[in-house]
Every structure is written in C-alpha cells, then in structure tokens.
Design a protein. Structure first.
Length: 182
C-alpha cells in the first residue's frame, strides 16, 4: 500500500515579499459556532501555516479587533494562546477590516511585502474586508480556504467561490509553498 500523496504546492511564494495575514483569531471569536470549519480547526490550521511561514522567513501578521471607546475589552479579546511568536506583527483594528487607521499598509511596504496570504474568522467579514482593502492598495492576494470559516457554510462558500477568485487565488494550506532557496 502506498502512502497518501501530499499535493504539490501550486503557489511558489517569495518569503521576502509575502506575509501571512490572520484575522480575528481570538478566543472569544474562535469559540463561536462557525461553519464549515470549527474555530478550533481554523486555529490549528492557521498555527501550522504560520509555522511554515516563519520557517521560510516570511512575515506573519496577526490582526485582532478591539471595540472603540471601551477601555476594558470583553474576555477573550487577546489573540488565541500560542498563536503569536516573536517577530510577528500584531495589528489592532477598530473597524471590520485591518487596514483602516492601523498603519498596516505602511508597515508592510517598509518590509517590501507585496503579496498577502489570508486566513481567519469570519471569511465574509473581517477576512474579506481586509482583503478588499489590500486589493485596492495593489497587493497580490491569496486565500487559504481551509484556514478560515464563517457563521454559516453558505457565507463562507459565497466568499470562497464567488468573491475571492475575482480578487486573487484560492488555495488550500497544502498548496502553499515557497520559492526554492526561500
């Protein structure tokens, strides 16, 4: 019996010009009822992908939301335990998307990043809003379907099947790779 084949990466990303952008992977959001993947499944897949990005020398961006005009945020508002590591870029947003008023664009451009790879929760809300702004700013976009989820499977599928292919490439985590030597 032959072992199962791992799909060949269909993307060869340059780690010096690519960042993984993970949106709203916070305990209180990961714990919500989500589809088609549970929040814990998304978090686990995102952690594995982040480890691969870090190993390749690519930037990992972790975006979390805080409610404006509230000094004490709800319990579980920090990033999920074990997600952030030294060298990651943490961005706090106060709107649905991760670019408005956060300095994210400037920080990515300072590092020479021109390609963003997305995962997080919710597919059709924070992830899509951040990606649309990134597209408007001229970034190349990649969406990792199995590292995101939404409140319903239909919402997730609408973004993945209808919207994201118009904005960039849709892949699975197993299809993400880096250029040789990267």
């Amino acid at each position: 019996m032959t072992p199962p084949q791992t799909p060949e990466p269909r993307l060869a990303l340059d780690p010096a010009r690519t960042a993984l952008v993970l949106v709203d992977l916070m305990d209180r959001i990961v714990a919500l009822p989500l589809e088609p993947y549970k929040g814990t499944e998304v978090l686990s897949a995102a952690q594995e992908l982040a480890a691969a990005f870090r190993s390749a020398g690519a930037l990992v961006v972790l975006i979390r939301v805080e409610r404006p005009a509230i000094t004490e945020q709800p319990s579980g508002s920090g990033l999920a335990a074990g997600l952030a590591e030294d060298g990651d870029l943490e961005i706090v947003k106060r709107t649905i998307g991760g670019f408005q008023g956060t300095g994210l664009d400037e920080r990515l451009r300072q590092r020479g990043v021109d390609t963003l790879v997305f995962g997080g929760i919710a597919t059709n809300l924070g992830v899509e809003s951040t990606a649309r702004a990134a597209g408007d700013l001229g970034y190349d976009l990649v969406f990792v379907e199995d590292t995101m989820s939404a409140f319903t499977a239909a919402e997730h599928q609408a973004s993945v099947k209808l919207d994201f292919p118009r904005l960039g490439s849709v892949v699975t985590a197993a299809e993400v790779g880096f250029t040789p030597g990267g």
